[in-house]
Design a protein around this ligand. Structure first.
Ligand code: FES
Ligand code: FES
Length: 163
């Protein structure tokens, strides 16, 4: 008999629920049950960072977490960065302006990693940004555009918050 359980969680500020198999990954729940396909799966074993989402504000690999473990938690996916689809998050705007998008496949993971990082480190230098991004793999080119975007976003976020 299949082990199925009901889960209820908050995703991008909305209450969501579902009945899932115990072995279902959080990434697959987000993508296939909720249709939030912005969360991408690359390696599926915790190496590449493409599947990164925020769980209770912490950057987390959704390929290493079961959907049932997310029961009662608050999840933010890349879709939650610009919920009305109109105004981009300052990080998204900076990625656009500084050519940080590149392949686009790994980008949601980079964005979610940086959201947490910039909240905790509002004024990082380049070395700190590179260190923060060391768990997210980009194989298409150097990280320069992504690093530039992170530094630009940190400046605009500080401006917005009056720091
Ligand atoms: S898909 Fe999760 S870390 Fe690569
Ligand atoms: S930007 Fe995605 S692999 Fe380089």
């Amino acid at each position: 008999m299949t082990d199925r359980r009901r889960i209820a969680l908050t995703v991008n500020g909305l209450q969501r629920d579902g009945e899932v198999e115990g072995r279902l990954l959080l990434a697959d729940f987000l993508r296939h049950h909720l249709g939030l396909t912005g969360t991408h799966l690359g390696c599926e074993h915790g190496v590449c960072g493409a599947c990164t989402v925020l769980v209770d504000g912490q950057a987390t690999r959704s390929c290493l977490m079961l959907a049932v473990q997310a029961n009662g938690r608050s999840i933010t996916t890349v879709e939650g960065l610009a919920p009305d689809g109109e105004a981009s998050h300052p990080l998204q705007a900076a990625f656009h302006e500084r050519h940080g998008l590149q392949c686009g496949f790994c980008t949601p993971g980079f964005l979610m990693t940086l959201v947490e990082f910039l909240e905790e480190n509002p004024e990082p230098d380049e070395a700190a940004v590179r260190e923060a991004l060391s768990g997210n793999l980009c194989r298409c080119t150097g990280y320069q555009g992504i690093v530039d975007a992170a530094l630009q976003a940190s400046a605009s976020l500080r401006e917005t918050s009056g720091q």
